[in-house]
Design a protein around this ligand. Structure first.
Ligand code: FES
Ligand code: FES
Length: 170
């Protein structure tokens, strides 16, 4: 990370692999990862719900692990790999979780959906949930005000075996 001062104020240069593409970015030291994504890069798929680490709407995958992007500063992640909801599909093919959410009608307003899907992708990589109750427990940081939980649970339960198969094949 390098630091620069200019008329525009103090900025730092960081490097991020963002959805598979290495990017050099100028960020102000106080910019959260969430604001970098939404305000600076126009990646508005990641949602700002509470902005206080309580709802999970801002969940992204940082070096493969789920994280609330509202609670962390962008400058802390120089060199990291970041995946947002925009980076989960490959070409024209939906990610298995995206397909399962569509199949199970797992959204109403959809505002929480990107965070739910990123969180579920992180959960699959953690390989910790093998029952409905465990999925519920490990997804409990992601709130849905519409109450689409039964369908979200069904979608994740449906997609987990596919995701585990993909991990095993790598
Ligand atoms: S916006 Fe980050 S947890 Fe709610
Ligand atoms: S679908 Fe509306 S908040 Fe979850």
């Amino acid at each position: 990370m390098s630091e620069n001062s200019s008329a525009a104020g103090h900025t730092c240069t960081i490097s991020l692999e963002l959805n598979g593409e290495r990017r050099e970015l100028q960020v102000q030291p106080w910019t959260t990862l969430l604001d970098l994504l939404r305000d600076q890069l126009g990646l508005t798929g990641t949602k700002k719900g509470c902005d206080h680490g309580q709802c999970g709407a801002c969940t992204v995958l940082l070096d493969g692990r789920r994280i609330n992007s509202c609670l962390t500063l962008a400058v802390m992640h120089d060199g990291a790999s970041l995946t947002t909801i925009e980076g989960l599909a490959s070409d024209a093919t939906l990610h298995p979780l995206q397909a399962a959410f569509v199949k199970h009608d797992a959204f109403q307003c959809g505002y929480c959906t990107p965070g739910q899907i990123c969180s579920a992708a992180g959960l699959a990589a953690e390989n910790r949930a093998s029952s409905r109750d465990e999925i519920r427990e490990h997804m409990s940081g992601n709130l849905c005000r519409c109450g689409a939980y039964p369908n979200i649970l069904a979608a994740i339960e449906d997609a987990l075996p596919t995701l585990r198969g993909q991990e095993g094949a790598q």
